[in-house]
Design a protein around this ligand. Sequence first.
Ligand code: DGJ
Length: 736
Amino acid sequence: MIHFNSETRAFNLLLDNSYYAFRVDGADRLVHIGWGPLHGAPALISGAVVEREYDVASFEQQLRRDELVAYGDTSYHEVALKVCFNQLPAIMLPSEDAHLPIRDVRLRYTGHEIVTDAQPGLAPAHGLPTLINTPRETLRVFLDDPAQPFRVTLCYRLTPEHDIIERWCELENHGMAAVDIEACAFATVHVPNGVSEMTSVTGTWAREFTLQRERLPHGLRILESRTLQTSHAANPFFFLNRPGQAWEESGTVYFGLLAYSGSWRIAVDHLPTLDVRVHGGYNPADFALRLHPGERHVTPAMVCGVSANGWGGASRRVHAFTRERISPRPPRDSAYRPVLYNSWEATYFDLSVAGQTELARKAASIGVELFCVDDGWFGARRNDFAGLGDWVVSPAVFPDGLGPLISEVKRLGMKFGLWVEPEMVNPDSDLYRAHPDWVLHFPGRPRSEARNQLILDYGRPEVAAYIYEALDKLLSEYAIDFIKWDMNRNATEPGSPAGKGVWRAHVEGVYGLMDRLRQKHPGVDIQSCSGGGGRIDLGILGRTDQVWTSDNTDALDRIRIQEGYSLAYPARCMEAWVTHAHNHQTGRDNALSTRFDVAMRGALGIGASLNQLDAAELAEYASYIAFYKRIRHVIQDGELYRLQRLEEFGASVIEYILPDGSEAVYSVAVRDSMVGLLRPAAQLCGLNPTATYTVIDRSDRELLRATGHELMALGIPGDINQGAGYSRTLHLKQQP
Ligand code: DGJ
């Protein structure tokens, strides 16, 4: 509910378990009052009791908590918005021209409205439904500069059931001269003073989502990507709590995520006063946004929320929000993500009709539902030196096109998927030979290659149009159900006719292509991959169904990568493969049980060379896949509890549970263990205390029968003394 008190001029945004409040002050500035969990029944806050003294001393610290901190009047600290006006206000003498541009914007309240259909910038345009599509209230607050014809509208869209507010802003130039935006965050959020312990992730290729928790010193802490995609090195989300005052299931945790896949930045400013404010949005590095007269720019959203149930509560809120409001849910024969087979690690570039057909038959025989052909099927792409950009089936690999393989895959009862990398080109390709100017570059300067490829310039509309035609032709000609959309390098030499705007234009180009393709081919699902988990965020998840978490498929490494991923993103979208016993990335050998138990924590895929497996091993695979199909509704649509995390005891014990508590999946995976250290049993969460549950294993054997209370008090026996690599997955069912 959105409430405005015209006397106190206070706004209260009331969600199911939290509130967010701000008000218009005596100088018409929009000032934050507070944000946090609700204590009992919803109640309104006027802000009278928290009036702060600000602007009082000559060395004051800019303590005013502007809802959007802008560069103007007193700006000693980091800002969300910096604007340059290129024209003098009408009242000024022309002799003042020498002072242009005016680098000072002041935001004064002039009105507001409450609407139900507002959309942030770059909202999906594919028209596919999400699981829940009911309208949501959005508050739009108008802030105008008193001297320049420039308006900023702050938007707040409420999803009360998950305590989530999406924040974004709209910038409008109502004047006669261009306005240059030098910095533009989607939102500023203020958390209570002292909330200065941050959880975020860092990483590299094959080591994504490495959790880091730190007590922030005073000053600026920057999380960012300076590439055209989300990044392996950081991910656009933060969790904040008072140091030592939050844990997995307790304490107040504030969180925010950017729905954007390009060059982003989250700047956490911990002021010497203990004030903590976070600005999240476009990365100001190499940033430019010019608004011509009459133009308007709508930013993407920062998705913010607060949890009174620790980091776990924060994760569950974002997971549910993503499953229900972000992920596309077009009508499909199954409500769940299919079990996938991908031949990349089995065959790499060594593709053939016979080889793929043999793999497809074996995949179908063990229960796979979606067969995806990876890199190497097109143009001259027999290795990674050539062919990218030429999206035509290679007659050398598929002499009769993809038709025969697709028919066989469909005859076997599976869906068919295909790998593409639409943003790239190898210099050794027909596309590059025809259009060497279509890549990011600066004239007369070297073009740095990475993996022997260059990046297509989506700042040129003709490039995105060309790629759309090529992919549309492919999807129109063949019965393709799924595309794996890859992106395998960072940007260098970002030259484009779009200038600095190319950073945004690239993201708009990718989103636009995906949206147009999905609109025209609503039966096609998309996986987002960027050399593993380089493009995972709430923007891409609005137009893709699942993401490739990491190229690292080693089960023990995956425990950690997936745990970091699970902070912000739901299991349903997390593609996880079982690959060979001897892992290609780490050279480590892992038991099949570990590989399956870890991969079954998300959307299960198989990437092992099935041709190297004997009948007994294939039967073992089939048994795991059948088990996964019996429990995936709980994994993919249930709520996650991280019962034990790696940082505590070297083991990850998680539980997925249906909201009504009727079924749960318990999953243990031990990564490190030490002789003589006894982990405590993991107490389950969310069960119905008085109900009786059966605990069932993969072979449908009942291992235990106990009440919800017993399981939540004592856990499931048998796991605490196990060594590294030990794992198991169990299914809990409430008895009628
Ligand atoms: C990187 C991806 O992450 C891999 O799974 C595979 O698709 C290769 N690219 C193909 O080049």
